[in-house]
Design a protein around this ligand. Structure first.
Ligand SMILES: [Zn+2]
Length: 292
């Protein structure tokens, strides 16, 4: 009897110790994560780059009437980080510990390692530089509306060689290119050949992509919310709240941010709110949008 008691008590004790250790382990990882995040935030650069548009970003596309999400299913949110170019961008985004999609700029003299960095990721997008109405710091090898089919085809082949796993691209700048239906048509054909889907960042309200997609009977997937047009932590948090509202109303939302300090911090401070949506990769969201 006594022995049984000792055994039971011992078992309980060791079980308790084990649970305590596990709990401590979990806390430690959470603590490690926040330490990593803190370090990342300290090093992350505050937004300085000027944007293609100066005032308010163009409005999101009008969405179809309310889609009732499946019972119990949380609405989907895809968060895309644009302009990913450097190892510190990748590190800082990963320190967030949220399932987001990184969109890498093709390598250039300024950021020669972007494709090599992408190669180490299990999933990524490519951030395709496209002509803006006016933008001073154009990326090299930006696609222009004056480019003919052969030039566009060659560029997309290059992109596929540089980023073999690419399945989705979104436009970097592009207010002129996406507004040009002829140019967009050429680009879509070139992307089709490589099995790549175009996501419209909507850098212009005059984008020709929705009309083009409609005529091709394809879903139009585009940015609903920019997180950091206003580079301020509270403004970023406000944009997250807006995005969650859109997701709840329409079943899904596409959010774009940049690896700036304010964006990372705003997202980190919005984690509780993000529990109310399902953070998904862009391919999951696209599959959902295609079956509507
Ligand atoms: Zn960009």
């Amino acid at each position: 009897m006594l022995i049984a008691f000792i055994l039971a008590a011992g078992g309980y004790f060791f079980g308790y110790q084990k649970a305590k250790q596990e709990h401590r382990g979990a806390l430690l990882t959470e603590r490690q994560h926040s330490a990593e995040l803190k370090k990342a935030l300290k090093k992350a650069k505050a937004r300085t780059a000027s944007h293609e548009y100066e005032k308010a970003p163009p409005r999101p596309a009008a969405r179809a009437e309310k889609v009732e999400p499946e019972t119990g299913a949380k609405p989907m949110m895809a968060i895309i980080f644009d302009d990913v170019s450097f190892a510190h961008d990748v590190r800082n985004i990963k320190a967030l510990n949220l399932p987001v999609t990184m969109s890498f700029l093709p390598p250039s003299k300024r950021h020669p390692d972007s494709a090599a960095l992408a190669a180490k990721q299990s999933y990524y997008m490519v951030h395709l530089p496209m002509e803006a109405v006016s933008f001073s710091a154009e990326e090299p090898l930006t696609l222009h509306v004056s480019d003919d089919e052969a030039v566009i085809d060659e560029r997309i082949r290059q992109i596929k060689n540089l980023f073999p796993k690419v399945a989705f691209v979104n436009n970097h700048t592009g207010s002129k290119f996406t507004a040009d239906r002829g140019a967009m048509e050429k680009l879509l054909y070139a992307l089709d050949r490589e099995g790549i889907t175009f996501i419209d960042s909507r850098t212009t309200g005059k984008t020709a992509v929705p009309g083009l997609m409609k005529s091709l009977h394809r879903p139009y997937i585009s940015r609903d919310v920019f997180l950091d047009h206003d580079p301020d932590v509270d403004a970023v948090k406000k944009q997250v709240r807006r995005a969650v509202k859109i997701a709840k109303k329409y079943g899904s939302v596409v959010v774009i941010g940049h690896p700036h300090k304010q964006t990372l911090q705003g997202l980190a401070e919005s984690k509780a709110l993000l529990e109310s949506v399902q953070l998904v990769r862009i391919d999951t969201l696209a599959a959902y949008e295609s079956h509507e």
